[in-house]
Design a protein around this ligand. Structure first.
Ligand code: C5P
Length: 235
């Protein structure tokens, strides 16, 4: 059994706009502790011995920049670059098309902008996929969660969702290759676009297990997140 990894890194990082507006590159290329965020994510997965190969999905216009960064950091084996798409799902789909996997192999998908993933958490996700066929890392909800209806002024609450029934999805999200392939093909055929891979499996009625996540595995999204990531990195 082999384990493949897809790192979608083709986002525009528009929520970083106040920073990007100053001419900075998308967030996956910003530096953390002297290394690009994407490189830190790649390194985390390369430290896990059972991982055979990593597929990085990058925007067509950024492929050469990613290639240069990988070479500069000596990361040339067990890595391939694929062209990303207009949505995260499309980027993952493009990578999935390239993976030479057998039905029982495992595919992990991890947001390139979660560079502080701990190798032990990656290993726990792989173990959970071996046991349950599909598993994602997630954190319990700490805040009280409200369902709302959007209004011109903002939003009006329609209900409160019991907090104990909520988890907040992180990545890695892992699946047997055959299951992810089936879920992706079905979503594409139906025109369904999800913001994660678990939602594609859920719509087929597949049970997806939850592996307890970690606060440091957060997604670098807004300008202040870089300072928080530096803090975790130093800690
Ligand atoms: O936009 P979001 O925060 O969901 O992005 C999560 C990950 O998906 C990021 O690493 C981003 O680079 C990637 N992505 C992608 N292709 C897109 C949009 C996002 O690979 N078209």
């Amino acid at each position: 059994m082999q384990v493949f990894v897809i790192l979608p890194a083709a986002g525009l990082g528009t929520r970083m706009a106040p920073v990007s507006a100053g001419g900075q590159p998308p967030k996956q290329f910003l530096e953390l502790g002297g290394q690009p965020i994407l490189i830190l994510s790649v390194r985390a997965f390369l430290t896990v011995p059972s991982i055979s190969h990593i597929f990085v999905a990058a925007r067509a216009s950024e492929m050469s920049r990613v290639q240069e960064q990988l070479q500069k950091h000596g990361l040339t084996s067990r890595i391939s670059l694929v062209e990303g798409g207009d949505t995260r799902q499309e980027s993952v789909h493009n990578a999935l098309e390239q993976i030479p996997a057998n039905e029982d192999d495992i595919v992990l998908v991890h947001d390139a902008v979660r560079p502080l993933i701990e190798p032990a958490l990656i290993e726990r996700t792989i173990e959970a996929v071996q046991k349950h066929q599909a598993a994602i890392v997630a954190l319990p909800a700490i805040d009280t969660i409200k369902q709302v209806e959007r209004t011109a002024d903002g939003a009006i609450i329609t209900s409160t969702i019991p907090r104990e029934r909520i988890v907040m999805a992180q990545t890695p999200q892992g699946f047997r290759y055959s299951l992810l392939r089936r879920a992706m093909d079905s979503a594409v055929a139906a025109g369904f676009v999800g913001t994660d891979e678990a939602s594609l499996a859920e719509r087929l009625g597949v049970e997806v297990a939850v592996v307890p996540g970690s606060p440091r595995n957060f997604k670098i999204t807004q300008p202040g997140d870089l300072a928080l990531a530096e803090f975790y990195l130093k800690g």
